[in-house]
Design a protein around this ligand. Sequence first.
Ligand code: TPP
Ligand code: MG
Length: 788
Amino acid sequence: MSQLVNEPAVAPETLACLNALERKVLWLSSWMVHNANHLRPARDGLKVGGHQASCASVATLMTALYFDVLGPNDRVAVKPHASPVFHAIQYLFGNQTKAKLEGFRAFGGAQSYPSRTKDSDDVDISTGSVGLGVGMTLFASMVQDYVRFHKLAPEKRASGRMIAIMGDAELDEGNVYEALLEGWKHDVRNLWWIIDYNRQSLDRVVSDRLFQKIKDFFQAVGWKVVILKYGRRQQAAFAKPGGEALRQWIDDCPNELYCALTFKGGAAWRERLTQDIGHVAGMKTLLAGYDDDGLQDLMTNLAGHDMEAVLEALREVDSDVPHCFIAYTIKGFGLPFAGHKDNHAGIMTEEQMADFRAAMDVDEGAEWSRFAGLGLDEKTLKEFIGRAPFNRKAGRHSAPAVPLPDALPFRPGPRMSTQEAFGRILNELGKGETPLAERIVTTSPDVTVSTNLGGWVNQRGIFDRADREDVFRSEKVVSMQKWSLSRNGQHIELGIAENNLFLLLAALGLSDGLFGTRLLPVGTVYDPFIARGLDALTYACYQDARFLLAGTPSGITLAPEGGAHQSVGTPLLGMGQPGLTSFEPAFADELAAIMLWGFGHLQEPEGGALYCRLSTRTVDQPAREMDATLRHDVLAGGYWLAEPAPHAPLALVFSGAVAPEAQAAHEALADELPGIGLLAVTSADRLYGDLLAASEARARGEAVPAPHAETLLGRLPPEAALVTVLDGHPASLSWLGTVAGHRAYPLGVTGFGESGDIPALYAKHRIDTDAILDMAALACVHRARRRA
Ligand SMILES: Cc1ncc(C[n+]2csc(CCOP(=O)(O)OP(=O)(O)O)c2C)c(N)n1
Ligand SMILES: [Mg+2]
């Protein structure tokens, strides 16, 4: 607040337009929620909801940003509950339709929370799960730098600012601090977090003096903190006799009391102020200068609702150092429930809305009008909106696909693990200057070496804003790892925070849309710790980010490491996650085919992200050529490693690391049950997805080719049984019984693992050869009984 109180910081015409637009934004956002709740017929009796108070809190800040401060290259994550404000602004820009606003929270209408994939008005960064959009801006800023330093950005694209407009309660989410720390390590720039400091969350008024802690956190990691506290009218009052005492009173006032008095209004402020500081010289005159409405206006004139104060602070930034703005606001500002502690989901009643409409000068029937009731002529406002720098935004970028080779430069050895194969594939890719290798960016939360990314990193280096040599290397300390850092590096090393991994993958995986250049991100994580970042993974997929994730090592196969490191449910997570196709290959050549297909799938308009669940178990590799048929089947989700005979009574079905057990059981049964099949499932997800798509098409009366699962299982007679096995939850494969009506006998892991060796753990969890044989015997007994 360096400006003198009476000096106009903003041109009066600009201010008039912005004030008018702020009023319209507040009106439209309130009306959108009102319309959705009161005026749209409800078919299911459910409350529609919406957050008028959260919107009102941020109307000034967002109006200032979108109509004045933002440039065309800036990208914004809007706090989830301000979705109506965002849509109203886009409506004023002409990027959003009235029909979508009328349909707010309805099927096909504007979304409850800003959504990149489901909204049509160009949401930059989705939000909804609080904290994640905030973190995403930080990683987006890193990706912007990556793209710039690698000279991959479209020509002349200047760096934009990555901006989060966030609720103050978003700071309760741990992922925000994980991101802050990582951002400090990577020296992030061009990042603004604007905190809507209304001191209210969903349930309550937050603790006093939180701002001090927030300030300390941010300053500790090198951010500039700007506090926007007093509006211009408050500043003017402080300059009067008694004003200093008023300022001190405001500073000392507990949040709860401030909120309560805001709700009660002018008379309550007068009573309380008179009681507390009425004796101070000048105070009586000061208070007498305001009627009750005037006093309410003065006391709620916090800087976050004062257009000039907001503009002054935001326009003043002239460096790329990360900025945190703590903007004091009032939740529900200008609405009848302003400051009330229960206002989070509060919606104005019909009567309150009628009063509000009158106050806003909006005639009945003109509720959706862009310019009615603003006291400024339409032409002036239209021209003003047309001049907004953000309006020059080109929308989303697109980027040409990266050409792929016919095969990856890799030949498996006779014995290896899928994790080793993964590392070797990337290592080989890293040796060549191909377009594919140029666009791959790897990242890992401190498990780079132990997930076999070391070879790739040795070839391609680590990304950092500053060049740094590998000291161990220059000091001639022998190590397999070369860890030199530079702006050309193609691996982004993260600290141990899986949330950060997935937020970075989200940002890398959207670099085509955000920054106009395509990257092919590959992330590695210990499979069980996917759960640690699961919400961020879901968030990445919800935004349709494209990346390849290797979850490795996985399952109880990680034997000596013990239960805390052994994943059980991840195959189901992989299947259950929209936007993510999961594979669990058993053999190295399968993985090579999957990865190559995956790099294409990441780039397909209807494609998605990829998850490969891998293992450190070394297994014998089949001596075979990956011909076109096998490749097709591996990618479609499975193939017969041993074809069943026409009258086979049984098939063994397996996924991943338990291949040797399935093969041994198959061999053991060969004499007794000749012709039984052995089915390798490389992707239960692909099999299921294909089956589902076919059944949907059939329901629409369309003729479709048989889905792959039907083709595979159609080779087995209907009375045959399936014994399924994997190192993961048995439900991942048990559904295969429904494909063609076979009885399924599922084996898999349902309890926590523990330390041990593979034979001990496989025996305990019943996924060893004996368990498979026992299950096969049971299936045969049932079959005999049925026949008898
Ligand atoms: C991860 C997550 N947990 C819980 C919620 C439910 N929720 C929505 S808003 C909110 C409080 C938000 O308060 P604040 O960020 O201060 O926003 P305000 O509405 O005050 O602007 C909560 C708990 C959510 N959206 N996401
Ligand atoms: Mg809040």
